[in-house]
Design a protein around this ligand. Structure first.
Ligand code: GLU
Length: 496
């Protein structure tokens, strides 16, 4: 008994609920632009809807297996958790196109059987020659439909010869139009569009076929993607129609530009999400920042959590003009988010940046730096003094003061430090003020210079957290040792 033709399963749906997806191709690092797309899909699904992750790994030449896990880790880090995957109930794995090949084959067979697609046996060499000739003649490069007219016998013969075969979409006449949720009405003349390959000779579908089959079967209600994909949309609409399906709503979000108003690229700074993490940006800040690249709440509010964004983002408030990536704004928001964390939480986030710090040190460190930093990666530099003994020279210590003034002030400061960090700052300032009062130069500047001597003695750094916090981090023994060493250094030669 022969089997009947394969048929496609019934699409998933949640009546009345939105289903949106992020569908990256795992071909390299996850870039900030991709994440913006993921975020918009996540938020526009709304609190009641579903957000899916689909790995579009059908381009086997560009496929990078490690990207699949990387993307999932980055999305989790950002909090962009997908709501379902193929093994329902289990820990959520994403949908993966290479695991769904029979579905695309079934769709391609159906398209061929109904005359909407056709097998093509043209060799790579022939296609290259064709393109070269078209280019030389100043014509657009496109397939010349040679195989569209093969008879069934010719097809069988070519198959019998074992010739590599692809399936091409037969682009119908007419036009493809839709009302884009961001860009408004769009119209493309089908005559301008090539007969796209749908199924490749390696048996894998191209992006176009897999994408349409999956968006349909996964019950995707809204497709939100970057405007670069606009030229693919007419092909997708033709496929939907040929397969007898109604297309989802379509929204193309604007380009992200660098500050020079050119398309955002590596030269504008880091582009991969992992690089932003390594630079010490918080996921909360990145998400908050990226939301504004193409969306605005229509109010003056500027700080949003991910769940607020999911509740607030609407298609109506998406913008069609290009968004400009402003690194200073990202830094500003990161500072805001750093200050929103509890010291305990900030300490945990700082852990990877401070491998030398013990677990108990992290929270006090967080308290020390919370008001002063915009990025977590500033902290190792700010606290470099804590793990390496600074050995400032005499001239570094006294700076523009006389060596004797620096020495004498430090000598009076030593017992103040010995009383412990509580009240230290006030006591030091009082000491510096009375020392400065006897000085001829401007007293305020003199106080600063005197305090600087202590800072350099303790940390070797021109910039550091407040001295009492530094003293607490270092502990009394280290403080004592460093101050005494600095005194020795200033005493140095006998000419004091
Ligand atoms: N796989 C495509 C990408 O890498 C998906 C584009 C789309 O969402 O249509 O971006």
């Amino acid at each position: 008994m022969s089997e009947g033709p394969a048929s496609l399963p019934t699409p998933s749906s949640l009546p009345g609920r939105r289903r949106l997806r992020f569908a990256p191709s795992p071909t390299g690092a996850l870039h900030i632009g991709n994440v913006r797309t993921a975020l918009f899909n996540y938020c526009l699904a709304g609190p009641e809807g579903r957000f899916l992750l689909r790995i579009e790994d059908t381009d086997r030449e560009r496929y990078r297996p490690e990207s699949v896990l990387e993307y999932q880790a980055e999305l989790r880090w950002l909090g962009l958790l997908w709501d379902e995957g193929p093994d329902l109930g289990g820990p959520c794995a994403p949908y993966v196109e290479s695991e769904r090949l029979p579905l695309y084959r079934t769709a391609a067979d159906q398209l061929v059987a109904e005359g909407n697609a056709y097998p093509c046996f043209c060799s790579r060499e022939r296609l290259e020659e064709l393109r070269a000739a078209q280019r030389a003649g100043g014509l657009p490069t496109r397939y010349d439909r040679r195989c569209l007219h093969l008879s069934p016998d010719e097809v069988s013969e070519l198959r019998a010869e074992g010739r590599p075969e692809v399936v091409r979409l037969r682009m119908p006449e007419g036009e493809s139009a839709w009302d884009d949720l961001v860009l408004g009405p769009q119209r493309f003349d089908n005559a301008e569009i090539d007969d796209q390959v749908l199924l490749k000779s390696d048996g894998y579908p191209t992006y176009h076929l897999a994408h349409v089959v999956d968006d349909h079967l996964m019950g995707v209600t809204h497709v939100v993607r970057a405007v670069e994909w606009l030229p693919s949309t007419p092909k997708h609409l033709v496929l939907y129609r040929a397969l007898g399906w109604s297309p989802p709503e379509l929204a193309h979000v604007p380009l992200v530009l660098g500050p020079d108003r050119q398309k955002l690229a590596k030269r504008h700074g880091a582009a991969a999400v992992s690089e932003y993490r390594e630079m010490g940006y918080l996921p909360e800040a990145l998400v908050n920042f990226l939301a504004f690249l193409g969306w605005s709440p229509g109010t003056e509010e500027e700080v949003f959590t991910l769940s607020e964004l999911r509740a607030r983002m609407t298609f109506e408030r998406l913008q069609s003009s290009p968004a400009v990536f402003d690194g200073q704004r990202l830094d500003y928001l990161n500072g805001v988010w750093i200050r929103r964390l509890s010291p305990g939480e900030l300490g945990r986030r700082l852990g990877p940046f401070l491998p030398q710090a013990s677990a108990e040190q992290l929270e006090p460190i967080a308290e020390m730096v919370q008001e002063r930093i915009r990025r977590l990666d500033e902290v190792p530099g700010l606290l470099a003094f804590a793990w390496t003994d600074p050995e400032p020279s005499a001239s570094m210590l006294h700076g523009s003061l006389s060596r004797m003034a620096a020495h004498d002030f430090l000598e009076t400061a030593l017992p103040v430090f010995q009383r412990g960090p509580g009240g230290l700052m006030d006591a030091l300032r009082a000491l510096a003020s009375s020392a400065a009062a006897s000085s001829a130069v401007g007293a305020k500047a003199e106080v600063r210079r005197l305090m600087r001597v202590v800072r350099i003695a303790l940390t070797g750094q021109e910039v550091s957290p407040p001295l009492d916090a530094c003293a607490r981090l270092l502990g009394p023994d280290v403080v004592d040792r460093r101050l005494r060493r600095a005194l020795e250094e200033l005493r140095g030669s006998a000419d004091l």
